[in-house]
Design a protein around this ligand. Structure first.
Ligand code: 5GP
Length: 201
């Protein structure tokens, strides 16, 4: 395998229930030179969540200071808390020749894309940028998966399906779309895509 490949800045989005977290975990286990981007948030840690692992947990004053310093590639307010992605760790990882993967919704992805577009053509973040949308095989299948998962009340499932429709309608904004009809097949497609785009072949 060619060891001198292009460091990637990978953005992945998918409606809830499409297996995105599982696929990202599989990628991280296989590709040791790909790091996961840890978001910052002002919400309190839940359960076993660890600072610097699940999120960087910050207080509101510190988060707002970082906003003023233009430290975020994107940020949003969700249910009264801030969430954001720092620029610096992405830059550091790419400068080391490694890749970074971001798990973000379509609105966040739009902000990241706008930021990347504003960069000069020779910027490593622009050179390595790739965004991927994971699709369910069908809405019926997605509904079945959410029901089987058993974590959501029927009303929540309907809300997730509504959101999914809105997100799927924006799939055309992504450079690549991969359908998760079968986890192993979808994973293989993602690996082939990463290998091809980074020139690992
Ligand atoms: P939770 O509090 O359940 O971990 O996340 C709440 C919401 O915040 C989720 O929809 C999640 O996708 C979103 N979120 C997490 N990190 C980020 C981030 O860095 N940027 C943005 N825009 N949203 C995020």
């Amino acid at each position: 395998m060619n060891t001198k490949h292009k460091p990637l800045f990978i953005v992945m989005s998918a409606p809830s229930g499409c297996g995105k977290s599982t696929l990202i975990d599989m990628i991280l286990q296989e590709y040791h030179d790909i790091s996961y981007s840890i978001s910052c948030t002002t919400r309190a840690p839940r359960g076993e969540e660890e600072n610097g692992v699940d999120y960087h947990f910050l207080d509101k004053a510190r988060f707002e200071e970082l906003i003023r310093e233009d430290a975020f590639i994107e940020y949003a307010e969700v249910h009264g808390n801030y969430y954001g992605t720092l620029k610096a760790p992405i830059r550091e990882v790419l400068e080391e020749g490694h890749s970074m993967i971001l798990d973000i919704d379509v609105q966040g992805a739009q902000k990241v894309r706008d930021y990347v577009r504003s960069l000069p053509n020779n910027d490593p973040l622009k050179i390595g940028y790739v965004d991927i949308f994971i699709l369910p095989p069908s809405m019926e299948e997605l509904r079945e998966r959410l029901v089987k998962r058993g974590t959501d009340a029927p009303a929540t499932i309907e809300k997730r399906l509504d959101n999914a429709e809105g997100e799927i309608a924006r799939q055309g904004e992504y450079m690549y779309r991969v359908t998760n009809d079968d986890l192993a097949v979808c994973y293989k497609r993602l690996c082939d895509l990463i290998d091809a785009v980074s020139g690992r072949m």
